[in-house]
Design a protein around this ligand. Structure first.
Ligand code: ATP
Length: 497
């Protein structure tokens, strides 16, 4: 039928098939207009020889439907299997990871009953580019890559998400007091974009104090946008604080494809028993329905689910004094949600994706908390390239058991008319000229050469420098060009410079 949206569905491993069957049962009963296409990914595919756990036919389906509802999968132990999630995320450009973290007090134990926040995590860049090298005997390196289009995409997403979900505040977290260029770019883009959203309150926090505040007063946050690594850590802290890791969904959104899943794993310890809680996947499916433009179905399911939780319909791991009857199995839980379709919670605030209050409860989300159909993200604007000038080079040198002064003497004696040695750092700290004897030095030296005439150098000059270094037996391991962009320095000073 034409109004059916095709979606790709993976039933996964462990408890995956059980929670997927329960989820699809609720979706069908609620009238979700979806046409599932099932793919096999995960353990069996790894063992069949697909090193990333996903066969070519599965990619075909994903590229056709562009919407993926995924159960947890098991990565076999050992054997160097690649993470399926990382492969899917990177291959399909799923740049935004969205994690709502909500408390369901008193039905789920938590110290933070008023917590209701969403973490918007950049998903492709930062230290996760996976570019790592052992450079010397002692030193290992991981490159942190942050791009302007990457920052613009994720920050735009956070603001649009906030606006369309009626959220009032976006908090940006970085460590730009230390990483002035990479994290500094993220912060700058945030500040620039904030001006386009005067209806939304904005703030910036340094990640360490931000994480501390999140852990102690999570209710003060609404939407948090941050870089990949910080987001990874923050979203686990936040999910844990709600006390309901087993209930939490996650969405991975790209320009072309989106993937929806529970945050928990395949729970092999309870697989096949029919007792797993399908809530994380069901709430992921709710996010999916909003994404594909069926907010009214999403809202009906979400409110029925809230009502079930409130009524004491609890699976075994939530079972407690507020639960009714015996612990519900996965399918019984699904049926209990289905019975409540059309009803909302009475004590917990109902959700309103479709822009109208539901349920018989008091309160309700603010009227402006309206539907997010597909977000209005626009196109990433490609800025005209800045005028670049090459003004020097950092040469990284492997030199064990030498002093900075000795190395400086050796390098200063090079015949390189184009360059002068300006400084040497060790692990970023200036050790020449005028270093401190107390600074601990490794075998890894960054030697900064700048244009002797105070202006520009050429690539041919760089090659001349490399040849001079090689002729003197200097073990250079890498170079980084020093450039200015529209006259602005494109490199950090050494600490102490
Ligand atoms: P992974 O590395 O894949 O995340 P894991 O073992 O670290 O796996 P989970 O698979 O999420 O983490 O399981 C952690 C614990 O939570 C297990 O005891 C599991 O039974 C329980 N658990 C996870 N998901 C559910 C669920 N949906 N319903 C009930 N219990 C669950």
């Amino acid at each position: 039928m034409s109004d059916m949206t095709p979606i790709t569905v993976a039933r996964g491993d462990g408890i995956g098939p059980e929670i997927m069957d329960a989820t699809l049962r609720v979706l069908a009963a609620a009238g979700a207009r979806i046409a599932p296409e099932f793919i096999d990914i995960g353990e069996a595919q790894y063992l069949a020889g697909y090193s990333s756990g996903i066969p070519p036919s599965a990619w075909d389906s994903l590229r056709r439907t562009r919407v993926f509802l995924k159960s947890p999968i098991t990565t076999p132990q050992g054997g160097g299997f690649k993470s399926l999630n990382v492969t899917i995320r990177k291959t399909l450009g799923l740049y935004a990871n969205i994690r709502p973290c909500v408390s369901y007090h008193p039905y789920v134990k938590t110290l933070h009953p008023a917590m209701d926040l969403v973490i918007v995590r950049e998903n492709e860049e930062d230290l996760y580019a996976g570019i790592e090298h052992r450079q010397t005997d002692q030193v290992f390196q991981c490159l942190k890559l942050v791009t302007r289009p990457g920052c613009e995409k994720i920050i735009r997403y956070a603001f649009e998400y906030a606006r369309q979900h009626g959220r009032r505040k976006v908090t940006c977290m970085t460590k730009d007091n230390i990483m002035k260029m990479t994290d500094g770019l993220f912060h700058r883009v945030f500040d620039d974009m904030a001006a386009e959203y005067p209806d939304i309150e904005t703030e910036h926090m340094i990640i360490d104090i931000g994480a501390a505040k999140l852990a102690t007063r999570p209710e003060r946050f609404d939407v948090i946008v941050t870089l990949n690594l910080y987001g990874d850590i923050l979203s686990d802290i936040a999910a844990e604080l709600t006390g309901s890791v087993g209930l939490a969904p996650s969405a991975n959104i790209g320009e072309h494809v989106a993937m929806f899943e529970a945050i928990h794993g395949s729970a092999p310890d309870i697989a096949g028993k029919g007792i797993a809680n399908p809530s994380g996947l069901l709430l992921a499916a709710v996010q999916m329905l909003v994404h594909i433009g069926q907010p009214e179905v999403a809202e009906t399911i979400h409110n029925a689910w809230l009502r079930a939780i409130e009524d004491g319909v609890h699976t075994a791991e939530l079972y407690g004094s507020l639960s009714i009857g015996k612990p519900f199995g996965s399918m019984d839980f699904a049926d209990a949600v289905i019975e409540r379709l059309g009803f909302g919670p009475e004590k917990i605030q109902p959700v309103a994706y479709a822009g109208h209050p539901v349920g018989s409860g008091s309160g309700g989300r603010p009227a402006e908390r309206q539907a997010a159909q597909r977000l209005n993200l626009g196109q990433v604007v490609r800025h005209p390239p800045a005028l670049k000038a090459l003004v020097g080079v950092d040469v990284f040198v492997h030199a064990p058991a030498v002093s900075a002064d000795f190395l400086a003497g050796q390098l200063s004696a090079l015949v390189t008319p184009a360059f002068v040695l300006q400084m040497i750092t060790n692990r970023g700290v200036k050790v020449w000229p005028a270093g401190f004897a107390e600074t601990f030095c490794t075998d890894h030296w960054r030697c900064r050469f700048v244009a002797a005439n105070g202006g520009e150098v050429t690539h041919a000059d760089l090659i001349g420098l490399m040849q001079a270094l090689a002729a003197r037996g200097v073990d250079f391991i890498k170079t980084e060009n020093l450039c200015t962009f529209d006259g602005e320095r494109g490199f950090a000073l050494g600490q102490g410079q």
